[in-house]
Design a protein around this ligand. Structure first.
Ligand code: SAM
Length: 411
């Protein structure tokens, strides 16, 4: 049975924590956190202490700019007040993160603390959220690796100790789903669904966008960076609408390997004569089943591009950690200084803060796998204005800029 006295007590505790966070009153907050979690949420707004600490930095109405752009009140005082407010927020946020605050809880408006910082243009606070996200996601992925290792090991004592340590740190951390497309679509389900090919898009059986024509600019630039000259050896994983393959093909590659798993896409490729184009080798099946054979045969490439669908980030990580190193020619590429690897960078692209977290993670993981990454920023037009999402189940892209990564061997 519910105990109303207990509920009131908990509610009071929650309100005290949120108030201390909003006031950046770290002494009170530290005290309150001794007996309570840093992840309480206001029942009406859904604010966590992190939301409250950041939202408190929003300039108040009195100091908002007037119609002529002049700040009401003394400009210097306002600027100084804002600076102090932000310094206070930084300290409070650090205290909250030290106490296990979750970086990506949503409030009732669907905003994470980082989204609020982004909306208010509070760069320093935004970066704290991104860094916390990177730490949390990296910890979770390490924890998963330990668990996998643990499952395979006989003598598990040491593993368990380390695993406990990571679990302690990761406690309270929540993961995010970042698969390209709808997060509920798993690769085997997707591969069994019927696809629809429109003139300007490819949809799966649940109307999820698999590939859309607006991405052509991104494919064009990726292909230019990976294969700038004619006569190279190219591997593309995921044919989709054939946009990047078409661009690669214009470069008359010496060898053009394409791995594609979906029967509908393969059927269409053949209808369009891809199987008869000079230099083209179509590998029918999942890359997971095809790539080990290519490595075993010693096939080498000057350019590799990876863009699949309904796979988690760890599949992409596995691809570049386990296989790219064996497939990319260290003496290849247009200049003979080593081949180049590229990927469709759409992870977390339905929310700026998650995209920024994943850009850092992918760069870090690529570095660990032996690659330097160069980034190029490409503007993306407003897709809503162009009606691109009509009839598509979920917008997988909401951002104004695409970050294009091109990777080469370190050194
Ligand atoms: C986003 S589309 C690729 C779009 C392509 N870059 C273009 O320019 O049109 C993803 C493609 O990867 C394929 N795919 C998904 N999972 C795969 C897997 N495990 N192995 C190989 N291909 C896969 C899908 O069937 C789809 O054709």
């Amino acid at each position: 049975m519910d105990d109303p006295a207990f509920d009131t007590q908990t509610d009071l505790q929650t309100q005290s924590i949120l108030l201390a966070a909003a006031n950046h009153d770290n002494a009170s907050l530290r005290n309150l956190l001794r007996n309570s979690s840093a992840n309480v949420q206001d029942s009406e707004t859904g604010f966590t202490p992190l939301h409250a600490a950041i939202a408190a930095c929003e300039p108040d109405e009195d100091h908002a700019k007037d119609v002529n752009g002049h700040v009401n009140g003394d400009t210097n005082d306002v600027a100084e007040g804002q600076k102090q407010e932000i310094e206070g927020a930084v300290k409070t946020m650090k205290l909250l993160f030290e106490n296990g605050a979750i970086w990506n809880d949503l409030d009732v408006k669907g905003e994470t603390p980082g989204c609020i910082a982004h909306r208010l243009g509070l760069k320093e606070l935004y970066e704290l959220c991104v860094d916390a996200g990177v730490r949390a996601e990296m910890l979770l992925s390490r924890l998963e690796q330990y668990q996998l290792l643990g499952d395979n090991e006989e003598d598990e004592d040491e593993e368990e100790d380390e695993e406990d340590e990571v679990e302690d740190v990761a406690e309270g951390v929540e993961t995010i789903d970042i698969s390209h497309g709808d997060e509920s679509t798993e690769n085997p389900n997707y591969l069994a669904s019927n696809l629809t090919f429109d003139r300007d898009r490819l949809l799966d059986g649940s109307a999820n966008g698999v590939m859309m024509e607006w991405e052509t600019t991104l494919m064009q630039r990726s292909a230019e960076l990976l294969a700038p000259t004619e006569g190279l050896r190219v591997l593309n994983v995921g044919h989709g609408m054939g946009i990047i393959d078409g661009i690669f093909h214009e470069k008359k590659p010496k060898a053009h390997h394409i791995i594609e798993a979906h029967p509908d896409v393969i059927k269409r490729m053949k209808e369009q004569g891809w199987d008869k184009k000079p230099g083209v080798f179509i590998h029918e099946g999942r890359w997971q089943d095809i790539v080990p054979g290519l490595v075993e045969k010693g096939e080498l490439f000057d350019a590799i591009y990876f863009d699949t669908f309904a796979e988690e980030y760890k599949a992409l990580r596995e691809f570049f950690t386990e296989y790219v190193i064996g497939l990319l020619d260290p003496a290849g590429g247009a200049d003979g200084n080593g081949g180049k690897f590229g990927l469709f960078n759409g992870m977390g692209a339905d929310r700026q803060v998650v995209y920024d977290v994943y850009n850092k993670i992918v760069e870090f993981d690529l570095f660990e796998a032996g690659f330097d990454t160069e980034w190029e920023t490409i503007p993306v037009p407003n897709l809503d204005e162009h009606g691109e999402w009509e009839g598509v189940r979920r917008k997988y892209w909401v951002l104004a800029e695409y970050k294009l990564p091109t990777c080469s061997f370190i050194g």
